[in-house]
Design a protein. Structure first.
Length: 310
């Protein structure tokens, strides 16, 4: 039976990434991992490592993409094989579509995905997360999004509900982890650090699907700037594919030896990263990502409804 590796991640520092014509070889300290090149679809390189040019060339020859991230999960860039077709047509379509319609769909689904996740957490753990009025506010915000016209208004409400979500979820975590809300980089607590690591994994999977479909990663609908479309697409997927893993791990099995707090940032241990990666492999669903990208492409080309599943 052939094992397919939709994505492989190398994180931290100090790994050597090389290859033979048929095998990708990753060596970190005394651990050597080997993967058949024809089965590798995406390589995610997070942090500082030695990457041999032969590995890059052999991965590209086999149709794989390589995405690079800073150590804290900030996207840096992607190398991909030469396109088999002209992408300019879809790029031009993407520039002319009404952003408001797509932004509303993405923002509403993101709010709904977070509400669903929090309600499920309450049910599964027999706890109460919401203070009085918070759930009603989030539901009302979700419905109000459909009536907003200006992108700035949509973004402001989307940002407000997202901030509320992380603050509410922090109530179900040990206080000594130091997580109160979603913070900016560099992260000073292990929960934010794990979230960024997980979002980097999700980002890497999504950018490969978007580029493969001929979309412009910088042509955002809800967000603006570099890779803005990818941030659009992963936002409603975060709770089910990343947050469920990170919050459960933080709540049930995170120990002091799993991370190091320095004056500048929180550093996750290699063992924690391996555990986190294994869980993310099980939770990040490429089929859902592909369906989301296909729905967007179809809607751009035909004007049909853009449906977002999570």
């Amino acid at each position: 039976m052939v094992t397919e590796y939709p994505w492989i991640s190398v994180s931290g520092f100090g790994a050597h990434i090389k290859s033979t014509p048929r095998t990708l070889v990753i060596q970190k300290k005394n651990i050597i991992e080997e993967y058949p090149l024809p089965e590798v679809k995406t390589l995610l390189v997070i942090g500082g490592h030695t990457l041999h040019t032969t590995a890059v060339l052999n991965l590209l020859r086999h149709g794989a993409c390589i995405s690079f991230f800073e150590a804290d999960g900030t996207p840096a860039g992607t190398i991909r094989p030469n396109a088999d077709r002209n992408l300019m047509e879809l790029y031009e379509f993407q520039k002319t579509i009404p952003r408001q319609r797509f932004a509303v769909a993405l923002a509403r689904t993101s709010v709904q995905a977070r509400i669903f996740f929090m309600e499920r957490e309450e049910e599964l753990n027999n706890i109460r997360l919401f203070y009085e009025g918070e759930l009603e506010f989030l539901r009302k915000g979700r419905e109000e999004l459909a009536f907003l016209i200006k992108l700035d208004e949509i973004r402001r409400l989307h940002r407000l509900t997202s901030d509320m979500y992380y603050e509410i979820m922090s109530r179900n975590l040990p206080a000594d982890l130091g997580f109160r809300r979603r913070g900016s980089r560099p992260h000073l607590d292990p929960v934010n650090a794990m979230l960024s690591f997980g979002y980097a994994m999700l980002f890497g999977n999504c950018i490969v699907a978007a580029i493969g479909a001929g979309l412009d990663p910088d042509g955002g609908l809800l967000h603006d700037g570099k890779d803005s479309l990818i941030h659009d697409l992963i936002d409603p997927l975060k709770p089910a594919m990343v947050d469920t893993v990170v919050f459960r791990l933080a709540r049930e099995s995170l120990h002091e030896e799993d991370y190091e707090l320095t004056p500048g940032r929180c550093i996750l241990s290699d063992d924690l990263i391996r555990e986190l990666t294994a869980r993310l492999h099980a939770s990040i669903n490429p089929d859902i990502i592909n369906r989301l990208v296909i729905s967007l492409v179809t809607s751009i080309r035909t004007g049909s409804e853009f449906t977002v599943q999570y």
